[in-house]
Design a protein around this ligand. Sequence first.
Ligand code: SAM
Length: 310
Amino acid sequence: MGQLKPCPTPKEGAVKISPCCWDNTIELQKLDFENPIVEIGFGNGDFTLWLASKFKNQPVLAVDKWHPGIRALIHKCQQRKLDNLYVFNLDANLFVEYLLKPNQVERFYFNYPDPFFKKRDIKRRLLKTSFLSWVAFKLKPRGKVYIRTDIPDYYEYVLEQLEPIKELFEIHKTFDEDLPSTKYELKALKEGRKPLKLLLIKKKDPQDLEDKEVLPLRAIKLPKVDLTKLPLREDIKDPQRGYFFKIENTYKGQNIDLIEIYVGEEGFYQHVFIGVFRTSDGYVIKPKSFAVGVRSLSWAVEKIAELVSP
Ligand SMILES: C[S@@+](CC[C@H](N)C(=O)[O-])C[C@H]1O[C@@H](n2cnc3c(N)ncnc32)[C@H](O)[C@@H]1O
């Protein structure tokens, strides 16, 4: 597939997202797009390319956390020189709750979300009551949600999850709009499973949600650091707030060391590299890779600063 083009450097003070790029550096803020179409869990991205050509004059925001699919979609997007397709390597919960604005989205598409069959994994299903309430909150009035699945049990599960918030949506148990098959749909058809469809149309806003703010990424100055004090692959938790992180590895560089962590809170986690920069009078610790400023990340950076202080 070759090298992907890097993103253009954003201007000082501006948060500029470019189409068709893999961004590992910018600090994301609330997204300023008007009438976006959002696809969550795009897989190999073929349906996303169809969306971007059907809705040429609207931004299409595509979210997944599967790296091979993300790279493949960005590559195809660059080849076709699409100027309305933006790709986000993020957990869907984080994306919807933090990066979208209330009453912003025209349509959401969920094609064949992971069904997580095992009993102990059911809690990992994406389309649960809490997430669907956030989806309603971020939709425009009369905004639409298209859902397709080939798993009858998952279909019933989504209907059950909608029950406590049924006043938020008009619920249609199928839709006529002709959407192209995705890779998973073709696999399901081949194996004899039929597509099941749901269309939700927003009726009202949830009353119990307040929009979540994206915080600036924090930097902490320290006179000295000792990375050998960091515990590797151990869960570090703040049980009261439900935050957690785990240090996966540390990497020594010439002017910067890196600490690779998984950090999260209820419902999602981020994979982030924390940089330890050498300066003339000590060290600065701050996220170095693409990250979204949420409270659990600020907490993890503070905790790491405590741990590396000799
Ligand atoms: C079963 S595949 C379906 C892919 C594609 N929509 C299709 O129909 O061929 C589910 C996709 O959702 C993505 N996914 C699952 N949970 C996610 C989450 N919490 N945030 C973002 N993407 C997620 C997976 O990485 C995967 O690409």
